[in-house]
Unconditional design. Structure first.
Length: 486
């Protein structure tokens, strides 16, 4: 599978290289603002938008009055115009915000494309990386020292472009985009996990693991407040103002890097250890509107966790399913399936089910029930999906319908459903002439297990066989009576 993957390195330029990078950033910022203003003026006067190729043709005319534009990489100026055109397209087609003028005090970056030529048998490249000596070659800048990816000795792929950026804290970085052909392993669903994202505990898995919310903002909050007070007392535009602003940017950078490290550690472990990951589809933007939770939710970075799980699952050949936003996983009891509306109050962290009187933790209960809501091909398990004959058709692979904690093995004209130590055998042939079938399960089963059995076999549970609304652990050695669903 072809993917575009970016590798970010810290740059260590010398004084001359720093001066050239700052010049390039300034020139690209000027080109962006100049042609943005020209587009706005042209649209107001003539109701016409100039194409990006017409703007590129106008760049040489600017060299006459502004010769300093010749000193920098010309490819970066073209890329800036393409970025301006993309922002216009997003405004008109995707209803994003209108393009804004760039400021030198914000994060600045420029992009240059990779060019490869050959002359008299010798190959020339404008972007090269030497990971052994930790050196990168960039247009106009030549060789610069880099740091990052200590264990990486070689990158197999084709370079697309490189983006050089200067952070607010004064550090320089380069992101090199490679087109790589990765081998995605075959999807073999052996292990599933349901995860619940929250504030008290950042991630809770159905395996019983809890990843604490470090609340990193609390560590740096006092320092940020102190520096912000100092900044407010400085004269805007003075040297001391910019010194204080850079100190504040360094603290924010530490905060950002700490968050990033924790999230990458969690998502890597979850995607490495599980084959199917089930989570909830969160609408973080709507959640942040609650002013009481906005700071904590922003610090938790819930959207970033889901984003990383998505692309890491794709690269590793795993599956990520999202349960509907409004599915009441916290309210439904994982023992009996009763819906407890008392859990709508977020202050209730633990409660007793009014039906089966089980004592439940709301977060643990949510992730426990969530894996059972995903059926074959990621659809929510409903009555219309519980058709055994459809899922065992010739076109479908038996491995694709293995559900969660169960394993399906085809043996002697029977489908064996393995649940840990328990084994259930169902005939693959038409058994409409059989009025009932006795099945023995050597482990306690819940209503969630019954739903999976119904989905797999087409049998439905005889409700008269149960004495209580849920199946207790006393049913370990009893036989479960199933009858064919009409």
């Amino acid at each position: 599978m072809l993917i575009n993957k970016a590798y970010r390195f810290r740059l260590y330029p010398n004084d001359n290289q720093k001066e050239l990078i700052n010049k390039t950033l300034g020139c690209n910022r000027f080109i962006y603002n100049y042609f943005l203003n020209k587009r706005i003026t042209m649209y107001k006067e003539n109701n016409k938008i100039i194409s990006k190729y017409d703007l590129i043709e106008e760049i040489p005319n600017l060299y006459v009055d502004r010769p300093y534009l010749k000193e920098i990489d010309s490819m970066s100026l073209r890329c800036t115009i393409f970025d301006l055109d993309n922002s216009y397209n997003k405004f008109f087609k995707e209803k994003k915000g209108f393009p804004k003028y760039k400021s030198k005090y914000d994060k600045n970056s420029y992009r240059t494309n990779y060019i490869k030529n050959s002359y008299k048998g010798k190959i020339y490249e404008n972007i090269k990386i030497d990971l052994e000596n930790k050196i990168i070659t960039l247009p106009k800048l030549k060789e610069i020292k880099i740091r990052g990816y200590r264990k990486l000795k070689n990158i197999n792929g084709r370079i697309i472009n490189a983006t050089i950026s200067k952070e607010k804290n004064g550090k320089y970085y380069v992101s090199v985009v490679y087109e790589e052909d990765i081998i995605v392993p075959k999807f073999i669903p052996n292990k599933i996990v349901g995860i619940d994202l929250g504030i008290k505990d950042l991630v809770i898995t159905s395996n019983g693991e809890k990843y604490n919310n470090e609340k990193i903002i609390n560590k740096y909050e006092k320092k940020i407040k102190r520096l912000q007070r100092m900044l407010s007392r400085k004269i805007k535009g003075s040297n001391n103002y910019y010194k204080c602003k850079q100190l504040l940017a360094k603290v924010y950078s530490k905060l950002k890097n700490a968050r990033k490290y924790i999230i990458h550690t969690i998502t890597k472990k979850i995607t490495d250890e599980n084959d199917i990951i089930v989570t909830e589809h969160l609408r973080v933007q709507n959640m942040i509107k609650n002013h009481r939770l906005a700071k904590t939710l922003t610090d938790a970075s819930l959207y970033e966790i889901i984003r990383q799980l998505e692309y890491k699952s794709k690269w590793k050949g795993k599956k990520l399913y999202k349960v509907d936003t409004y599915y009441p996983s916290s309210q439904i009891c994982s023992k009996c399936g009763h819906k407890n509306k008392i859990v709508l109050d977020l202050s209730v962290r633990e409660y007793e089910c009014c039906s089966c009187h089980s004592y439940l933790d709301r977060d643990y209960n949510a992730h426990y029930y969530r894996p059972n809501e995903v059926g074959c091909n990621g659809c929510v398990m409903e009555e219309k999906c519980m058709n055994f004959k459809e899922h065992l058709s010739v076109d479908n692979n038996l491995d694709d319908i293995i559900p969660f904690d169960y394993e399906i093995v085809e043996k002697d004209n029977h489908i064996c459903v393995l649940k840990k130590k328990g084994i259930c055998n169902f005939p693959t042939e038409d058994c409409s002439h059989i009025s009932g079938k006795l099945i023995k399960i050597n482990e306690p089963i819940t209503t969630s297990d019954v739903r999976v059995i119904k989905w797999l076999t087409g049998y439905t549970v005889d409700a008269d066989f149960f004495e209580s609304p849920y199946i207790s652990e006393s049913w370990v050695e009893n036989k479960l009576l199933l009858r064919r669903k009409k």
